[in-house]
Design a protein around this ligand. Structure first.
Ligand SMILES: [Zn+2]
Length: 265
């Protein structure tokens, strides 16, 4: 009998922390630790957006490499536990997702829920915290944090018109100029808090940025545009100069508290 290596809940991409810019990717992977099998789902479900953000791993690697900056990626599928939710959020471990029942998540004991939080969710978030603290220490300023996601072109039978969306809560320092820069690109349809609203209590940006007064933005790229490696490369090349321009601005590196539309921080 062979023993697999223990499952790593996150991956760090090394980069120059003195630049004060950190990438995070909550949904880049669809992997499950061996003990969870396939959560009782057919393999086809792991090809879909419900298991991970298609194209984001390649986008994150390319953007980090182009800019020479560090990144933290969660290595487990959001079907196991969703790192982009507060630990008390009812969708933290989904029992039903976009029409699919997840047998391995239903029913679930309180003990199993705590185990997933302690073994996967918290180690990832602690890695994000440690990276932000390290970038702050090495750059001597508050880091700008950029979160990378992708969205499905169709949801509940409706086509989404945006190529990219910038999601945010109340801190517009990074989102506003980023939306402006993207809208200058010919032919791009840019969502402002579309296809989702970026104010979500307890999510990754809330936990690490809104609560800490760090400038941040969440970028959602439509998955069909980055599913191919060439598309991910193209988007990394598009985003790199924009993020670099943002990162040059002094106000991206000041601790400021804007609060949250979801209520007091
Ligand atoms: Zn996502």
């Amino acid at each position: 009998m062979t023993h697999a290596n223990p499952f790593a809940p996150f991956e760090i991409i090394e980069g120059d922390r003195t630049k004060g810019l950190v990438l995070v990717a909550d949904h880049a992977f669809r992997e499950l630790p061996e003990e969870y099998g396939d959560l009782g789902l057919p393999a086809a479900e792991f090809e879909r957006h419900i298991a991970y953000d298609i194209g984001v791993e390649a986008l994150t690697r390319r953007l980090a490499a182009l800019m020479g900056i560090p990144a933290v990626m969660a290595r487990f599928s959001r079907l196991l536990i969703d790192p982009n939710r507060g630990s008390d959020d009812p969708t933290l471990i989904r029992q039903l997702y976009d029409g699919t029942i997840v047998p391995g998540n239903y029913p679930i004991t309180a003990e199993e829920r705590q185990k997933r939080i302690g073994t996967f969710y918290e180690p990832y978030h602690q890695a994000v915290s440690a990276m932000i603290a390290s970038a702050a220490g090495q750059s001597g300023k508050a880091p700008l944090v950029i979160s990378l996601h992708s969205f499905t072109p169709f949801m509940q039978g409706r086509e989404r018109p945006w190529h990219v969306g910038i999601l945010w809560d109340r801190d517009g320092r990074a989102p506003r100029p980023l939306i402006e820069m993207l809208r200058r690109e010919p032919g791009l349809v840019v969502g402002d808090n579309e296809p989702y609203d970026g104010a979500l209590r307890g999510d990754t940006m809330y936990r690490h940025c809104t609560s800490a007064g760090l400038a941040h933005a969440l970028i959602e790229v439509r998955q069909d545009l980055i599913v191919a490696e060439s598309g991910a490369a193209e988007w990394a090349e598009r985003l790199a100069p924009m993020l670099d321009a943002l990162n040059q601005q002094a106000d991206m590196h000041e601790v400021r508290f804007f609060g949250s539309r979801t209520g007091p921080v």
